[in-house]
Write a protein that binds this ligand. Structure first.
Ligand SMILES: *Cc1c(COP(=O)(O)O)cnc(C)c1O
Length: 454
C-alpha cells in the first residue's frame, strides 16, 4: 500500500508528507492539511477489532495513514504509551450508549489527540536531532491538556502562559505541578494578553533559534487519533451476526472531533448518520439548512464553554471532503454537495436551557451523570431519535467529552450533588507547584525565553 500525502484546503500549497504536515501545523497558504486519499479498513481487520484493546486499534487505524512514515514497532510503542487509560462505553437505554472519553490525564477528550500528536512529534524530532519549544496561551483547559500530553518528552519543551486571575485552582495545579520539561508562567493580565505575547514571540526573528511551535488544534496529528474511538465503539458494541450500522452524536465546537468521525466513515466504518450537536453557536446547523455561512462574532457564551466557537476552523476540512472550498476566513468559493451532507449529517443546536434539562433528565431516568458538553450530544441524539421513530433498535453512541467533576458548579446547581473526582484529577492538591510570575509586557517574556532556553 502506498503512503498518504496531505494537501492544503486552500489548494495553493505543495502536498506534504505526514512528517512535514505534522511539524508545520498550518499549511503555508494558511489552509489545513487533508489526506489526499483516504485509506480503507478491510472488513476482516474491522472484525478483528472486537478482540483488541484500544491502543491496538489505534495502531491499526493510524498505520493506514502513516505507512512508510514511521516504523511499525515505533508506532506500536507510541499508541501503547499514549493510551494507557480506559475508554468506557456506558449503556443508558435500549441500545444507546455514552462513550466516556474523559479518563485521560486531564479528563477531557483532548487527551486522545494531544498525547498521540506529542509522541509522534517527539519521534521525528529525535530522528532529526532537533528540539522544539511549544508556546501556548491558555484560559484553563487547553494548557493543561498540552502540558500533560508533552510532559516528559525528551525533545520538546513546553511553556504555558495563563492569566493569573482567570483560571481555577484545579486548572492551575494541573499545569504547575508537573515540572520537568513544562514551564508555566502566570501573567498579571487577561487571556488575550497571554495570546498576544505568544503571537509576538512567533513573529520575533531573534527567537527563530528556539524552533517555536504552537501544537494547535488544527494539526493533522490531532485529527488522525480522533478517528480511532469511532472504530473502537463499533467494534465493542456491534452485533457480529448482523450487518449493523451505527449512529454517533458528537458535541462540537471547533469540529476536530466531527472530522474524526467523517474520516472513519470514509474509511469504511458503517456509520448510518452523524449527529453534530452545537450549543447556541449555531453557524453550522444554519449553514446546513440555508446553505449560507455566517460566522458568529463574538461567539456566544454558553455553559458548554469548550464549544463556544463562532467559526470552527475544521469546517474547511469538512467542506473539502464534500467537494467544496472554504478559506480560513470562512468564505466559500465553491459549494460542497449540501444534499449529500444532509444525508450523512443531522445538525442541531441545543440551548443552555435544554442542556441543563438534559443533565437533569438523564440523571433522574437512568442514574447517569453527564456534564454540559456531553449533555449537548445526548440532547442531539434524543432529538434525532424523536424524528426517526422507525428505528427503535438502532445502535447509538453519544460522546461524553469531559468529566462531570470538571464542572462542579454546574452539576451542583442542576443535580444538587458533587461529582466524584476521577483518579486522574485526585491528589494534585498537595503537590508542589512551579510557577514563574511575569509582568504583562513582551520584554520580560522574551527575557524569560532567552534565559531559560539557550
Ligand atoms: C474541545 C472540546 C469540545 C469540542 O470539540 P471540537 O473537536 O472542537 O468540536 C467538546 N467538549 C469538550 C469538553 C472539549 O474540550
Amino acid at each position: 500500500m502506498q503512503s498518504v500525502n496531505y494537501y492544503s484546503t486552500n489548494l495553493k500549497a505543495n502536498e506534504a508528507t505526514f512528517k512535514e504536515a505534522l511539524l508545520k501545523g498550518l499549511a503555508p497558504d494558511k489552509g489545513l492539511y487533508m489526506p489526499q486519499m483516504i485509506p480503507q479498513i478491510s472488513k476482516e481487520l474491522m472484525d478483528s477489532f472486537s478482540e483488541m484493546p484500544y491502543y491496538e486499534i489505534a495502531y491499526h487505524v493510524a498505520n493506514h495513514f502513516l505507512r512508510g512514515q514511521i516504523p511499525d514497532e515505533e508506532l506500536r510503542k507510541i499508541t501503547k504509551d499514549a493510551y494507557n487509560f480506559e475508554v468506557p462505553l456506558e449503556n443508558v437505554m435500549n441500545r444507546c450508549y455514552v462513550m466516556r472519553l474523559d479518563h485521560g490525564p486531564t479528563a477531557s477528550f483532548k487527551d486522545f489527540a494531544a498525547r498521540m500528536m506529542g509522541r509522534l512529534m517527539n519521534y521525528y524530532l529525535k530522528l532529526d536531532k532537533r528540539k522544539l519549544l511549544i508556546l501556548t496561551a491558555t484560559s484553563g483547559d487547553t494548557g493543561s491538556a498540552i502540558a500533560n500530553a508533552f510532559y516528559g518528552l525528551d525533545n520538546i519543551e513546553v511553556v504555558v502562559l495563563y492569566p493569573e486571575k482567570e483560571v481555577t485552582n484545579r486548572q492551575r495545579k494541573q499545569m504547575t505541578t508537573l515540572g520537568k520539561n513544562v514551564k508555566v508562567i502566570s501573567l498579571d493580565g487577561k487571556f488575550d494578553d497571554c495570546q498576544a505575547l505568544v503571537k509576538q514571540a512567533f513573529s520575533d526573528e531573534e527567537l527563530d533559534y528556539l524552533n517555536l511551535s504552537s501544537a494547535n488544534s488544527i494539526n493533522i496529528g490531532r485529527l488522525i487519533p480522533q478517528i480511532v474511538y469511532y472504530f473502537y465503539a463499533f467494534a465493542k458494541l456491534r452485533n457480529q451476526e448482523k450487518d449493523e450500522q451505527i449512529v454517533f452524536s458528537i458535541p462540537s465546537g471547533n469540529f476536530g472531533n466531527m472530522m474524526g468521525s467523517m474520516l472513519a466513515k470514509r474509511m469504511g466504518l458503517p456509520i448510518k448518520r452523524l449527529i453534530i450537536a452545537t450549543n447556541s453557536n449555531d453557524e453550522f446547523p444554519v449553514l446546513m439548512q440555508k446553505e449560507e455561512y455566517h460566522k458568529i462574532e463574538p461567539s456566544k457564551d454558553c455553559i458548554s464553554s469548550a464549544m463556544n466557537v463562532g467559526h470552527p476552523s475544521n469546517l474547511a476540512r469538512l467542506i473539502a471532503l464534500y467537494g467544496g472550498v472554504m478559506n480560513e476566513k470562512g468564505n466559500i468559493s465553491k459549494h460542497p454537495d449540501f444534499e449529500q451532507m444532509r444525508r450523512d449529517i443531522f445538525a442541531i443546536s441545543i440551548s443552555d436551557e435544554q442542556t441543563k434539562e438534559t443533565i437533569k433528565e438523564v440523571y433522574e431516568a437512568y442514574n447517569v451523570i453527564l456534564e454540559p458538553h456531553g449533555a449537548v450530544g445526548w440532547a442531539g441524539l434524543t432529538k434525532f431519535l424523536h424524528n426517526h421513530p422507525q428505528a427503535p433498535n438502532l445502535l447509538c453512541v453519544s460522546l461524553e467529552t469531559a468529566h462531570p467533576a470538571k464542572f462542579p458548579e454546574h452539576i451542583n446547581e442542576i443535580l444538587s450533588l458533587d461529582p466524584e473526582l476521577p483518579p486522574s484529577l485526585r491528589g494534585i492538591e498537595d503537590k508542589k507547584e512551579f510557577i514563574t510570575s511575569l509582568d504583562n509586557n513582551y520584554d520580560s517574556f522574551k527575557a524569560f525565553l532567552k534565559k531559560n532556553y539557550k
